[in-house]
Write a protein that binds this ligand. Structure first.
Ligand SMILES: Cc1cc2nc3c(=O)[nH]c(=O)nc-3n(C[C@H](O)[C@H](O)[C@H](O)COP(=O)(O)O)c2cc1C
Length: 308
């Protein structure tokens, strides 16, 4: 499968393991996916700079293929993480939250391809004007931080594809999104159900047990997250319904964290971030095997479309 993204990044298949704080904040998952011919992406956001540097070196030892680095540009440690990424001459950046403009020339000079995560047509146009190489778009179903507008994947991806000339990476069903004009697809939640994902077993089991309607959005009005429904999301929702003030809601929001769920396995009171796609996950599989299955299923879907 050749698309503008496979050509731009030098990868075999247009399939990404999406950046996931904690779950892909170490070397194993990323290097397995890149070795299998996709794009593994390390989520640097929650990492200590020294651990990040160590993980980058480990990835480079384990794979000679391209891999990506996700850095939230407005994060507290962004400057330090960017410096390390630059010194390690990373092949691909998948930047989120914040403007890319000031960093592009520097990274381009060392050959890094810069992909930027956008949440709307407006952000997409801004990122294109700033000069990024490609865009990453999620619809409302996505785990983690879906667009606050809550526009669904099909409509948002098509809108962005029509509004920019850049290649687009989108998240959800692979063949369907390629048909919409996306140039690659990223999956996050599916890759949580792998031995390589660095989250607690309880988290993996919760994803496995979830049905398609078991997620919810928490924190509408700010930067909402999509997560599995649990005691924390119920408390937040009850406070919302009771008319709690924005300050009170923010307090409840900050009491919980993704770390609590991912590291400690506290799946009732932690933020168990996951997409609606959790309801499609039926088994825990080694990342390389899962990747091969995704490629096979995509080929089958293409044949089905061609035979219509
Ligand atoms: C547990 C979890 C953590 C995430 N952390 C990040 C992150 O650190 N940076 C980022 O850009 N996106 C993050 N995301 C969003 C993913 O990159 C991707 O957009 C999303 O997982 C796609 O939807 P899916 O999970 O249904 O496949 C996260 C998603 C999940 C599920």
């Amino acid at each position: 499968m050749k698309t503008r993204i496979t050509e731009l990044l030098g990868i075999e298949h247009p399939i990404f393991q999406a950046a996931m704080s904690w779950a892909s904040s170490s070397a194993a998952l990323v290097s397995e996916v890149s070795n299998a011919g996709g794009m593994g992406v390390i989520a640097a956001g929650p990492m200590r700079p020294a651990d990040f540097q160590k993980a980058l070196r480990e990835i480079k030892e384990k794979t000679k293929k391209p891999f990506g680095v996700n850095i939230p540009l407005n994060g507290a440690r962004a400057a330090e993480l960017l410096e390390i990424a630059f010194n390690e001459k990373i092949p691909v950046m998948v930047a989120s939250q914040g403007g890319p403009r000031e960093h592009l020339a520097r990274f381009r000079a060392i050959g890094t391809k810069w992909l930027h995560v956008v949440a709307s047509e407006e952000h997409a146009k801004k990122a294109e004007a700033a000069g990024v190489d490609a865009l990453v778009v999620d619809g409302a179903e996505a785990g983690g931080h879906p667009p606050p507008s809550e526009v669904g994947t099909i409509v948002l991806v098509r809108r962005v594809v029509k509004s920019t000339k850049l290649p687009v990476v989108a998240s959800a069903g692979i063949a369907a999104l390629l048909a919409l004009g996306a140039d690659a697809v990223q999956l996050g939640t599916r890759f949580i159900a792998t031995p390589e994902a660095s989250v607690h077993e309880n988290y993996k089991r919760a994803v496995l047990a979830a049905k398609v309607d078991d997620t919810c959005l928490v924190g509408r009005g700010g930067l909402p997250i999509r997560q599995l429904k649990n005691a924390f999301s119920a408390k937040y929702e009850a406070a919302e319904k009771a008319g709690a003030s924005q300050d009170e809601l923010e307090f409840i929001f900050k009491e919980s964290s993704l770390k609590k769920a991912a590291l400690e396995g506290e799946v009732e009171w932690g933020k168990v971030e996951a997409g609606q796609s959790a309801g499609l996950v039926e088994d825990i599989l080694p990342a390389a095997e899962l990747f091969r299955r995704l490629v096979r299923e995509t080929e089958e879907a293409r044949k089905r479309l061609a035979s219509l």
